[in-house]
Design a binder for this molecule. Structure first.
Ligand code: ASP
Length: 325
């Protein structure tokens, strides 16, 4: 054995031993889950539900930190820069894929900057309005929006957010450029919709379901291919005359690039336990969604999803010509 081969073998053995020691002790302290949107919104809701169940399995608390702004890119950027030690993770949604094209000067590369833990859930969006918005259904909403585009306000969580993407598809479909108002998340946007300061919004059912049930906002359509069990009378966008607005908002958990594989695998195992919990299934069902399968709650499935979704949305965004530079 030459000296360099012996050195490489020793280094490999040392790294294996270090990884084994890491795996045994991990996690031995609190983990921070960054949610890149404001508290009270749909990503935050999913994050807090899942963090609680994962904490129970890991034997260590996962605390949620909301870092809203710039369509989720501020929070994602913070995690890209965080120490890759398994103690900082990110719960993001489809915005991880759309921001790769929407932001031409992003400080991190979505496909390069992270390790993957797994998919969490795929949530339909709902097109909703303040309770006293005049149009009674989607057909009259489309006519009304075309007539009044410059006075109607539509909330979103910034460029790259799911609400921005859905709003963009909606405006393309109705061929009317509505005035958009960005928030740090659709939690605060919902407060303004309830207060009547904003007219319409397209947001995940995880943020709108309770309000629709309570009649405090008006719902016009759901962006899934089939109607939701919780709202059997709410038409799909295709039924309502807007087939191009179909979109579903997948959420995944990431860790900074270089996080030990022992940590991402342990987190993935905890995610699978959390998603199999009947309480999570029941809470998600109430909000119009469902937990991802064990096969999808894996690093490989999330990586494949991100790659496919970047490729899927890039031409749509380029055709719309919308960028945040
Ligand atoms: N629903 C928001 C979005 O538009 C984000 C959030 O507040 O969770 O992406």
């Amino acid at each position: 054995m030459t000296l360099s081969v012996r050195f490489a073998a020793l280094a490999a053995a040392a790294s294996l031993a270090a990884n084994a020691a890491f795996a045994e002790g991990y996690p031995d302290r609190t983990i921070t889950m960054v949610v890149p949107f404001a508290a009270g919104g749909p990503t935050d809701t999913v994050g807090r539900l899942i963090a609680e169940k994962m904490s129970a399995d890991l034997g260590q608390q996962i605390i949620v930190e909301n870092v809203g702004g710039a369509g989720g890119t501020l929070g994602a950027g913070q995690v890209a820069e965080a120490e890759a030690d398994g103690y900082t993770i990110l719960l993001h949604h489809i915005g991880m894929a759309t921001s790769a094209t929407l932001y031409r000067n992003l400080a991190y590369q979505p496909l390069e900057a992270f390790e993957y833990v797994g998919l969490v859930t795929e949530v339909p969006m709902t097109i909703v309005a303040r309770a006293d918005f005049a149009p009674a259904d989607m057909a009259s909403m489309i006519a009304y929006v075309k007539e009044n585009a410059d006075t109607i306000t539509m909330a979103n969580a910034g460029i790259g957010a799911a609400s921005h993407l859905c709003g963009m598809l909606f405006m393309q479909a109705v061929e009317a450029p509505i005035v958009t108002v960005p928030y740090k998340g659709t939690g605060p946007a919902m407060t303004e919709l309830l207060g009547g300061q904003i007219d319409i919004m397209c947001d995940q059912s995880t943020n709108t379901a309770e309000q629709i049930k309570g009649g405090t906002i008006k719902a016009y359509a759901v962006t899934s291919p089939a109607r939701l069990d919780i709202f059997p009378d709410l038409p799909t966008v295709a039924e309502a005359g807007l087939p191009g607005v179909e979109v579903s908002i997948w959420h995944g958990i990431y860790a900074p690039k270089g996080t030990p594989v022992e940590a991402t695998e342990r987190l993935s195992a905890a995610l699978q336990v959390a998603l199999a919990d009947p309480e999570i299934a029941a809470k998600f069902a109430d909000l119009g969604t469902a937990p991802s399968s064990a096969a999808d709650a894996t690093p490989a499935a999330l990586k494949a999803k991100l790659e496919a979704e970047i490729a899927r949305w890039q031409p749509v965004i380029e055709a719309a010509g919308v960028y945040a530079d």
